[in-house]
Write a protein that binds this ligand. Structure first.
Ligand SMILES: C[C@](O)(CO)[C@H](O)COP(=O)(O)OP(=O)(O)OC[C@H]1O[C@@H](n2ccc(N)nc2=O)[C@H](O)[C@@H]1O
Ligand SMILES: Nc1ncnc2c1ncn2[C@@H]1O[C@H](COP(=O)(O)OP(=O)(O)OP(=O)(O)O)[C@@H](O)[C@H]1O
Length: 280
């Protein structure tokens, strides 16, 4: 079985506080894209989790695909003979702010729960997923949402499904480093979703990321000539929104050299959940 592992954008992202455990309280609007990785599963009865390909620089034990499969496997001893061979087709930039690793973890949790017939609900899987990363629950739930807490308190909503040009400069940005930056704004007042929806959208990480990475600043400056543009997550990807695919593709064809990217449409039901008919 082959399942999609889509990207997300943070259409806005505000940081409201730093918690005692070091994590930050956020208010963010997540939407999925109809573009992402793919994960192929073959069931086995060996009890082993085998990754058929590796990600450069990520040891198997740290690969979120492996961690998610082990987490689910260890959740009930009853299923201990269930194993899987897993193959990843990677298209999403790593450390890009489009949630590739978290999405991979969620596709494995939802996919193996289905294939191993474990019967866990999406809420139970989201709770398990939160132990792997703050962005895993949204991918498990599979519906666009306004997120609070560290990203796990979800209010589902349906932002316009616009077309996006997503571009990545040639830099890798660590989420932890951005959140640890002393100059990061951490006190944006919490607002209601209605208040946030009616304002111009922004990302509190953008200024510190631009200050440290001139490539990000330059790319945003270039993109805003054509359309509203900003950072997703903690970067490095930036995105611009368009009303139709042609306009997005036109600007893509003009992109500066050394920059990679893709054009995709926002979607309020993730391609994973559409494939598994989870909401039909
Ligand atoms: C920036 C976002 O992508 C927005 O969607 C997410 O909040 C990040 O989610 P993620 O990549 O799943 O992040 P995690 O792997 O859980 O955390 C990586 C590191 O980022 C910091 N972190 C992350 C999320 C959060 N709400 N506050 C934080 O301070 C912590 O230092 C943590 O050690
Ligand atoms: N299956 C995986 N796919 C991608 N990255 C993985 C995976 N497993 C572990 N990682 C590690 O997680 C790091 C972050 O990867 P990811 O692609 O999720 O970043 P991101 O898009 O910035 O995420 P976010 O938007 O959630 O901050 C990588 O640099 C890599 O070391």
């Amino acid at each position: 079985m082959i399942l999609p592992s889509p990207a997300k954008l943070n259409l806005f992202l505000y940081i409201n506080a730093k918690r005692a455990d070091g994590y930050h309280e956020l208010q963010t609007l997540f939407q999925f894209l109809d573009f992402g990785d793919e994960i192929e599963f073959e069931l086995t009865n060996t009890g082993e989790i085998e990754l058929l390909n590796q990600i450069d620089g990520v040891p198997t034990e740290q690969n979120l695909i492996y961690k998610a499969a082990k987490l689910l496997q260890n959740h009930t001893a009853y299923h201990s003979s269930f194993g899987a061979k897993i193959k990843l087709t990677k298209r999403l930039p790593m450390g890009g702010g489009v949630g590739g690793g978290s999405s991979n973890a969620a596709t494995v949790l939802v996919g193996l729960n289905h294939l191993w017939k474990m019967g866990l609900s999406l809420s139970e899987l989201a709770q398990l997923g939160l132990t792997l990363g703050a962005d895993v629950p949204i991918f498990v739930q599979g519906r666009s949402a306004f997120a609070e807490g560290v990203g796990e308190k979800l209010t589902f909503c349906e932002p316009k499904e616009k077309w996006y040009l997503v571009l990545k400069p040639e830099v890798h940005i660590s989420t932890a480093v951005v959140f640890n930056d002393p100059n990061l704004p951490r006190n944006t007042p919490k607002l209601s979703l209605d208040q946030l929806l009616s304002r111009k959208w922004g990302n509190d990480c953008e200024k510190v990321v631009k200050d440290h990475y001139s490539e990000v600043e330059d790319l945003i400056q270039w993109l805003v000539q054509y359309a509203p543009a900003r950072l997703t997550g903690t970067g490095a990807c930036v995105f611009a929104e368009f009303d139709n695919k042609e306009e997005a593709q036109n600007v893509f064809s003009l992109k500066p050299s050394g920059v990679s990217g893709f054009v995709a449409q926002g979607c309020n039901i993730s391609s994973l959940h559409q494939t598994l008919h989870l909401f039909s």
